[in-house]
Design a protein around this ligand. Structure first.
Ligand code: CUA
Length: 360
């Protein structure tokens, strides 16, 4: 499995250091970086927003240039061999003619030198990889924000660890983190192996059923960074995205406080009716809304659904129209997901949408 993956070094929890260190970026790297990272805002290893991603980028460039040089040399050697063979074939009538000893020695050198260079290059890259691995593992996790992330087919459950249960915040597919503070993720899976990958922030880490894995990263600048499940996990693997929202510490604190708030009970008949549509449907069997009897645990917590930027694991922007489409026919949007169709009467659907829209 791993053979095909651009697997970062397995980093444990830990180290600090080293951001802002000189990058091993080769000349021309800027242009190439732009070309390879595509449009701005796209997830990219080449646009690091934290020390872990920067270390990986520093490893990426030497690997890229060595591979590019090898490819160029091999292509040139191949062309040379083809052209030379053709010339020889035209000139010499006997292709079985035994080459002279001097020519033999030349051929041997021709093989030995590239072999030696290959060994040196592979050792060099191996050492660079090990060094990066150690550096990644040395990120300090003092005063870290600890977040439990559970992979589900095909969405991410996110819970901010707190010893006091009432302070725990549960959300989905969106991870807010404070800039400048380390974050420790404790990863688990509810079903199959998934892989957490936010390339602008860190390398990949697998979520394995029955075995907790941890890893840490830090964001150096504010921004919204798209992440993606990076291990094939079934039909909707490609639509198992998430967002990491890095924000200044005070904004993060404010967000956390808001998420802890339990929505007040409806205080007028209209709001009451809207909530009743939700509670009378089957929604609460799978979803939780704090402060209501809805306490299902198999689907995303909806307590603050309207505060999120996307729905369906970063598949759609979180607009009322998309929410309506998702409620009515989520199978048409993301076939195979666990949400059944909900054929509601138009007025009920409007009421339900208004209720969900109020859960900020
Ligand atoms: Cu989860 Cu791929």
């Amino acid at each position: 499995m791993n053979g095909l993956r651009q697997h970062p070094p397995e980093n444990g929890i830990a180290p600090s250091s080293g951001h802002g260190q000189a990058r091993l970026r080769a000349p021309g790297g800027g242009m190439l970086s732009l070309a390879l990272s595509g449009c701005s805002g796209m997830p990219s290893v080449l646009d690091p927003a934290g020390p872990q991603a920067a270390h990986i980028e520093s490893l990426w460039w030497p690997m890229f240039w060595v591979s590019a040089a090898v490819l160029t040399l091999v292509t040139l050697a191949m062309l040379y061999a083809v052209l030379r063979h053709r010339k020889k074939r035209d000139a010499v009538s006997d292709p079985e003619a035994i080459p002279a000893p001097a020519a033999e020695r030349k051929h041997a050198l021709f093989v030995a030198i590239p072999t030696g260079l290959t060994i040196i290059a592979l050792f060099g890259l191996q050492i660079a990889s090990l060094t990066t691995d150690r550096t990644l593992a040395s990120l300090s996790t003092d005063n870290a924000v600890v977040i439990d992330v559970t992979g589900h087919q095909w969405w991410w459950e996110v819970q901010y660890a707190e010893t006091t249960p009432s302070l725990r915040v549960t959300t989905a597919n969106e991870i807010h983190v404070p800039v400048g503070r380390p974050v420790v993720l404790r990863l688990q899976s509810h079903d199959v192996i998934h892989s957490f990958w936010a390339p602008n922030l860190a390398g990949k880490k697998d979520l394995i059923p029955g075995h907790e894995t941890t890893f840490s990263f830090k964001a150096d600048r504010a921004g919204v960074f798209r992440g993606q499940c990076a291990e094939y996990c079934g039909y909707q693997h490609a639509n198992m995205g998430f967002l990491v929202i890095a924000e200044p510490p005070d904004q993060f604190r404010a967000w956390l406080d808001k998420q802890r708030a339990v929505p007040p009970p409806p205080d007028d008949p209209l709001r009451q009716r809207r909530q009743e549509v939700f509670l009378a449907s089957t929604c609460g069997m799978c979803h939780t809304i704090q402060g209501t009897p809805a306490g299902g645990k198999v689907a995303p917590d909806l307590t603050h659904i309207a505060s999120r930027q996307t729905i369906a694991a970063a598949t759609l922007p979180n607009t009322p129209g998309n929410r309506a489409g998702w409620i009515a026919d989520s199978q048409g949007i993301k076939p195979g997901n666990r949400m059944p169709p909900n054929p509601l009467a138009p007025l009920d659907l409007q009421a339900l949408l208004a209720y969900l829209g109020s859960l900020k």
